[in-house]
Write a new protein. Structure first.
Length: 368
């Protein structure tokens, strides 16, 4: 079969590439085309647009790049009609992918549409559930609570496993016996986009320096697609690495910008606090949270078990003082650390052992 995949960021590129590997095992004659990144290309996908030409965040960035966004959408439409795929696979990226799903449903009615890693509409924009269900033939969720969420609205979603857990398991097998050693470390994970890094990293580093003293080294992770030179103005002797999993595996504690990285940190077993900067946070938090956000917690580590496992220093709580206080506890309070790690172990139990990519591939190939 011919598969058309669309991933709009580095994470989607990785998960799409892993899915391609699993699809090829089930369907050796598989052909892959789409929009994505280097990891998809390495697995044999012919790319019409690189995701780095698609990933624009924030009102200003979107406005400045409206022409490119429109052109990317036109390319996706044209290549869908040109390629006539058997299956269209959408990976997250809802603002773009839902428009493409609607277009495909209308112009290529024989093409099966799969949403693998659907958007987190259970957190916000819940109304999108109807749009997703209307245009997609299968919804393959990556969190165990998603089937119940869709069922509440009268729709079906299948839990196929969690790709982040898959990535951690694969890394552990490859790294076994070869873990990094060295001075006790505090890890700083400032995010994957320049805008959030520039807003969060200075405060994260200031707090970490005060806690680290002479005992700990502070190491910052660099995001895919962002050059090392971008980080230089923020550093004062701290190291920079792109091997995030190895860093977390040896780190004593971590300060993590809220997102998938908090789940990665938990599944590797590193005690952490999550942070996130919101402009005008004190007022926006009170005004928007009850309207926009439908959940109690911000981070996946707390959302999945529906309880507080890690501290969320988000919006008005994002201050150097609060980060220092929590980080100090993380590096010194052994009972606190042990309790957090026990909760991490429970996360593994909730997510289960099934491979997301392999389970998703089974569902997709069965459609032929």
């Amino acid at each position: 079969m011919k598969y058309f995949l669309i991933a709009g960021d580095a994470s989607g590129d990785l998960h799409a590439a892993n899915l391609m590997v699993a699809l090829h095992e089930k369907d050796p004659q598989a052909l892959f085309v789409g929009l994505g990144g280097d990891k998809m290309r390495a697995q044999g996908c012919h790319l019409y647009v690189d995701y780095r030409e698609m990933a624009y965040m924030g009102v200003v960035a979107v406005f400045k790049n409206l022409g490119k966004i429109k052109r990317n959408f036109q390319i996706a439409q044209e290549t869908l009609l040109q390629e006539q795929p058997d299956v269209l696979i959408l990976i997250d990226y809802p603002s773009f992918n839902l428009k493409i799903a609607k277009y495909c449903k209308k112009h290529l009615p024989k093409t099966k549409i799969i949403y693998y890693i659907p958007p987190k509409i259970w957190a916000w924009k819940e109304w999108r559930v109807h749009e997703i269900a209307r245009y997609c033939d299968r919804i393959l969720g990556i969190f165990p609570f998603e089937p119940a969420f869709y069922a509440k609205h009268g729709y079906k979603c299948q839990y196929v496993g969690n790709p982040t857990a898959d990535s951690i398991q694969s890394w552990r097998l490859e790294a076994k016996g070869n873990e990094a050693k060295g001075k006790e470390t505090i890890a700083i994970l400032p995010g994957s986009r320049k805008s959030e890094i520039s807003k969060c990293l200075p405060t994260m580093l200031a707090a970490a320096r005060n806690v680290a003293g002479e005992r700990y080294r502070v190491v910052v992770t660099a995001a895919p697609g962002i050059d090392d030179t971008f980080y230089v103005p923020y550093l004062q002797g701290e190291e920079l690495t792109r091997d995030t999993y190895s860093l977390l595996n040896q780190a004593h504690a971590a300060v993590v910008n809220s997102g998938t990285a908090t789940l990665e940190t938990a599944l590797i077993g590193c005690p952490q606090t999550a942070v996130y900067h919101v402009a005008g946070s004190k007022y926006l938090e009170k005004l928007l949270k009850p309207i926009v956000f439908k959940i109690k917690y911000f981070t996946l580590v707390n959302i999945i078990p529906n309880k507080e496992v890690i501290q969320e220093l988000v919006a008005s709580r994002f201050t150097q003082e609060n980060i220092e206080k929590e980080l100090g506890r993380l590096v010194s309070d052994e009972d606190y650390r042990a309790k957090m790690i026990r909760e991490y172990d429970a996360l593994w139990q909730i997510l289960g052992e099934k491979s997301a990519a392999k389970s998703a591939a089974e569902v997709i190939v069965s459609l032929r």
